[in-house]
Every structure is written in structure tokens, then in C-alpha cells.
Design a protein around this ligand. Structure first.
Ligand code: SAM
Length: 233
């Protein structure tokens, strides 16, 4: 694979999830017309799907390189929290075949996408779960490998995961504590929990092991990517 194939309408979700993928012209239109018109009009009619598929593939490949050395051939069950449409998991699947991927996501697009820190208020969503499944299957993930859960339906998967990944979602847009009790239930001493946070030091009180693997100083959030394991309490 050198690019992602996109189902119709997926390009819109991808740019809402990864705003850095829009062209400089669209960035200007977003500034001129505002976030509401950008999310509800411009992203519906003015995107080049092929280009977005290619850029998304490149960005997800780069993201994969930041976590690759923490993944192991024996890791079989992956949980993705707020993984967007799932590009990173497709790259992982390309390298480590036959894993099972569980996704927890939202099944709606917010009317006004804010990209801020909501703390315990967590109502921003930019996904469509049917489109997500279609996208995954169009890009070499087999139906048997995929389980997608709607966060708002509250029936989350209950099993021990080898790897839990949440890029630019958990503790980036909303408080880790929304998921803390759930994550304790679905992890064991070997589970690697990888996410982006604006307060890496805080997690030294929550986990036995916290390793910072990436610094993002260019973004508004100035986040760090951490790999954590073993809850302390
Ligand atoms: C900025 S996007 C990042 C998407 C993807 N991780 C990436 O790196 O491209 C944040 C994602 O989190 C999802 N989200 C928001 N609240 C969530 C929640 N409580 N549980 C799971 N996903 C959530 C949104 O729908 C959105 O797809």
C-alpha cells in the first residue's frame, strides 16, 4: 500500500480529524468563513479525495514510526480510543498481520468542531462508524479483524488488550479520567497504553511506568506522547 483508498465522504471525516491535512487555500477559507461553514459546507464539497488519501497515509506512516518499537509480534488485541477512521491501525495491520482491532469512537460529527481541551466535558465527535468500517475493509483489513463500538452506547468491549492507542484524543481533547476505570478493567501488567497528553508528569502518579516518546511543540496543545503501563491503584 502506498496510499489509502477512500470511500465517498471519508475525506471530510479525515480532515476534521486531522486538520493539518488541509491545503493552505482551505486553511484560509476556514479563517475567512469560520469553523461552522468549514465543517458543514467546505469540507463537504471542496476536498480532493485522492490527495487526502495520500497525505493521510503519509501522516499515519510517520505516526506509526513513533510507536513501532513498542509493538511486538506477540501483541494480538489492539484497542483504539478515538482512532478516527483508523489509518494508524491499517498501517499497523500492514506490518503485523492477523491482529484483532477494537475501536471505540463517536458516531457523529459536531456542528461546530472546536479542537479544544474539554476536560470532563467530552462532546466533540468527528466520525461515522459505517464509513469507518468501509474504509478499513477497502484497505486490507478483514471483517473478522474489526470490532467497532460507539462510545455513547456504553457497551464497551470487556477483554484484556495488549496495546491501547489513542492519538490526539484521550487526555488531549478530554480528560483521561473519563476512561480511567474502564482502562483498569481492560489492561493487565503487560498492556501498553499509548496516548498524547498535555500533562505527562501527572501520569507518574497513575502508572508504574511512564515513558515520553515524542514532544509536539508546534501545536497549540504542546503535547507529549507517552507509553504507560501498570496502574498504581
Ligand atoms: C483529533 S481526532 C484524532 C483522530 C485520530 N486518533 C488521529 O490521530 O488521526 C479525535 C477523535 O476522537 C474521537 N472522540 C471524541 N470523544 C471520544 C470518546 N469519548 N471516545 C472515543 N473517541 C472519541 C473523535 O470522534 C475524533 O475522531
Amino acid at each position: 500500500m502506498i496510499t489509502f483508498n477512500l470511500p465517498k465522504k471519508a475525506a471530510r471525516l479525515i480532515v476534521l480529524q486531522r486538520i493539518e491535512l488541509i491545503s493552505p487555500i482551505l486553511t484560509r477559507l476556514r479563517k475567512i468563513f469560520g469553523r461552522y461553514l468549514f465543517a458543514n459546507l467546505i469540507t463537504k464539497y471542496f476536498l480532493n479525495s485522492n490527495l487526502i488519501g495520500k497525505k493521510y497515509f503519509e501522516v499515519m506512516t510517520q505516526e506509526f514510526l513513533t510507536i513501532e518499537k513498542f509493538l511486538d509480534v506477540n501483541d494480538k488485541n489492539f484497542l483504539s480510543i478515538g482512532g478516527g477512521i483508523g489509518g494508524l491501525e491499517l498501517i499497523i495491520n500492514q506490518k503485523f498481520k492477523k491482529n484483532k482491532y477494537y475501536f471505540i469512537e463517536r458516531n457523529y460529527v459536531s456542528k461546530k468542531v472546536k479542537y479544544g481541551w474539554g476536560g470532563m466535558i467530552n462532546d466533540e465527535g468527528y466520525n461515522n462508524l459505517d464509513l469507518q468500517k468501509k474504509f478499513l475493509m477497502m484497505n486490507q483489513m478483514h471483517e473478522d479483524q474489526i470490532e467497532i463500538y460507539d462510545y455513547d452506547k456504553k457497551n464497551l468491549p470487556e477483554k484484556k488488550f495488549d496495546v491501547i492507542i489513542s492519538l490526539l484524543s484521550l487526555d488531549y481533547h478530554y480528560d483521561f479520567n473519563i476512561y480511567a476505570e474502564y482502562l483498569k478493567k481492560v489492561s493487565n501488567v503487560n498492556t501498553k497504553i499509548i496516548f498524547d497528553t498535555i500533562r505527562a508528569e501527572y501520569f507518574k502518579k497513575i502508572f508504574n511506568n511512564v515513558e515520553i516518546i515524542k514532544f509536539d511543540t508546534n501545536t497549540v496543545h504542546k503535547s507529549k506522547r507517552v507509553v504507560c503501563s501498570q496502574f498504581l491503584v
